[in-house]
Write a protein that binds this ligand. Structure first.
Ligand SMILES: [Zn+2]
Length: 400
């Protein structure tokens, strides 16, 4: 029987040895931001490094060119580390996804070097396009790429070190209006403005906002505002995100938003078509897993440890957390209160702080995988907690 603490220290020293290379990789991805589904170089560099370490690589998962899966070992429980890669338009890696992949491969490669080998399989799943619809991890879950996974872990930057907390479910909608074009000065009476229907929909949603539950978020943009000022707009379109912690309630909000669009179209005499861009699930937490992950982060010298923030967004990792035991380690990439998707956040992700968080994430995730693989009772307990908690919830999408 191996003594767990000794093993963990060995794995951590492997991460330290690999760290200069991991920093270089993270900085390169940071300085060459690639948008969702275009993470060609990041995906190639991450998977190539894993291949060099003896992992078997599957590329283009479910036909997505930048999605990959790397596996080491053939038997035993499977731990997957998730690698997000995509950047945001204009502000680059302002969500810090450049550190996520290197943290995942740092943990995975160091575990694969354990001697004697650990009794389990180590996996890295490269998941594209976290920032844009549709929800890719949901697609990968549905296509079976998480079927053999017993436990999944991810590191993500934040304004604190923390585990747990909730994320918002989302319904993303494209609302398209069709009118009738006509000369805007010479024959406005012959036209039907699709833009009028869009604007009226936005007003109706503003009024609806007063009568939804407090934690609901409704936000949208005009994606097509017409063709030219001298033409009555023949086409106009909106893109809206509806968010709530409660997936059932979100269905209700969606039905009311759709009625706003239909009512506005009726008032104007336009046509309306509503398309779903996908549904993101809210997060499901397994307390024992979260506790182990946080304890390992503390042991690995985590800093700025705070209770989880009430302010939250959404992630397609939500679906993973509702499918199998999974957890996110938030690492303190920025000072408390600094917003994600900001210039300050982007700078931190490419600097010293990014490096520090990368190592912390890799160590905490690797140690958690080590704990679970070297202690079958712990894995059994986590699985039981997950199964019992999920069974107590409604199926489809779930609710908190
Ligand atoms: Zn992110």
């Amino acid at each position: 029987m191996r003594r767990p603490l000794v093993g963990k220290q060995e794995i951590w020293s492997r991460i330290d040895i690999h760290s200069p290379e991991l920093f270089e990789l993270s900085d390169w991805i940071h300085d060459h931001p690639e948008l969702g589904f275009q993470e060609t170089e990041a995906s190639a560099r991450l998977s190539a490094r894993l291949e060099r370490a003896g992992f078997r690589i599957e590329r283009q998962l479910d036909g997505m060119p930048t999605a990959f899966r790397a596996t080491f070992g053939t038997t035993g429980p499977t731990i997957a580390f998730i690698a997000e890669m995509d950047a945001l338009p204009d502000i680059g890696h302002a969500c810090g996804h450049n550190i996520i992949g290197p943290a995942a491969i740092g943990a995975a490669i160091s575990l694969s070097e354990a001697n004697p080998p650990l009794p389990g399989r180590i996996m890295v799943i490269g998941t594209p396009a976290e920032e844009i619809p549709p929800p890719v991890k949901k697609r990968l879950v549905e296509a079976g790429f998480f079927k053999d996974v017993d436990l999944a872990l991810i590191t993500h930057g934040a304004d604190r070190t923390a585990v747990g907390g909730e994320t918002l479910g989302i319904h993303a909608l494209d609302i398209e209006f069709g009118g009738r074009a006509a000369h805007a000065a010479a024959a406005p009476d012959k036209g039907i403005s699709a833009l009028d229907a869009a604007v009226l929909t936005m007003h109706a949603i503003e009024l609806l906002r007063e009568h939804v539950r407090q934690e609901t978020r409704i936000h949208g943009i005009i994606t097509n505002g017409g063709q030219a000022p001298n033409i009555v707009p023949e086409r106009a379109a909106l893109r809206y995100y509806l968010r709530s912690f409660d997936s059932d309630y979100l269905q209700e909000v969606r039905a009311r938003v759709e009625n706003c669009a239909r009512g506005a179209a009726l008032a104007v005499g336009a046509d309306v078509e509503i398309k779903s861009l996908g549904v993101w699930d809210s997060r499901y937490n397994v307390p024992t897993l979260n506790d182990v992950l946080l304890k390992n982060a503390v042991d690995a010298s985590a800093f700025q440890i705070l209770p989880v923030s009430e302010r939250t967004g959404s992630t397609d990792f939500g679906t993973v957390t509702r499918t199998l035991p999974a957890a996110t380690l938030k690492v303190a990439l920025v000072d408390e209160g600094v917003a994600g998707h900001s210039r300050d956040y982007e700078r931190a992700a490419g600097g010293e702080r990014g490096h520090r968080c990368l190592v912390l994430g890799a160590k905490a995730m690797a140690a958690t995988a080590f704990d679970v693989l070297s202690n079958p009772q712990l894995l059994a307990r986590i699985k039981r907690e997950f199964a019992e908690g999920r069974a107590a919830q409604p199926a489809a999408g779930g609710t908190r």
